[in-house]
Design a protein around this ligand. Structure first.
Ligand code: FMN
Length: 169
């Protein structure tokens, strides 16, 4: 595959961030060249917190990716051209626990200068350092309208990532 070069951009240059998550979907990945995992996410935000530019993502207990989020300092969010939506559907419905899930959908891992995973097919990569995480423990704290999301007890951990690099191509 032809090597396409990344270009660094500012976090503020990422436009339509609601659509980027909600409609475009992204691959959330953590790990290193030896061992990494990625899954699709559509819940997340980009903004400002504690005087930093941040991204927030939500990962359920059951996700294999969670182990990588917890054992690595960094994570990445990668966005893809629309043609890869089916591939994102696949890595968002198969677990890395059950085997390598990128080859079947023609996704090829690539690693940033910091050694974090993204994909050769990605057109945007947001690289973050986890600065805070908390598990949603108490369903009673949630508005009644959203308790339905946790009926099975598979809770989300919220990861707040300080944006350290944004790249596009
Ligand atoms: C469009 C889409 C959005 C998703 N968003 C999330 C999310 O925000 N958080 C989450 O925990 N799982 C989300 N998932 C589910 C995970 O991607 C899915 O369970 C995946 O197979 C987990 O893979 P893993 O076990 O290899 O980590 C989403 C799936 C799809 C298809």
């Amino acid at each position: 595959m032809e090597e396409r070069k990344w270009k660094a951009i500012e976090p503020t240059e990422v436009k339509n961030t609601i659509e980027l998550f909600d409609e475009g979907w992204m691959a959330l990945a953590a790990g290193n060249e030896k061992k990494f995992n990625a899954m699709t996410v559509s819940w997340g935000q980009m903004g400002e917190l504690w005087g930093k530019r941040i991204v927030t993502v939500y990962v359920r207990d059951s996700r294999y990716t969670k182990e990588f989020m917890d054992s690595n300092e960094h994570f990445t969010l990668s966005a893809f051209p629309v043609a890869y939506k089916k591939a994102l559907g696949y890595i968002g419905s198969h677990s890395g626990r059950d085997g390598e899930k990128y080859t079947p959908v023609d996704l090829h891992p690539e690693f940033t200068a910091l050694g974090n995973p993204t994909f050769k097919e990605a057109c945007l990569c947001i690289e973050c350092k986890t600065i805070y995480k908390y598990r949603i423990n108490n369903v009673d704290d949630l508005d009644e309208s959203i308790r339905k999301w946790y009926e099975d007890g598979d809770m989300h951990t919220v990861y707040v990532g300080e944006i350290v690099n944004v790249m596009e191509r």
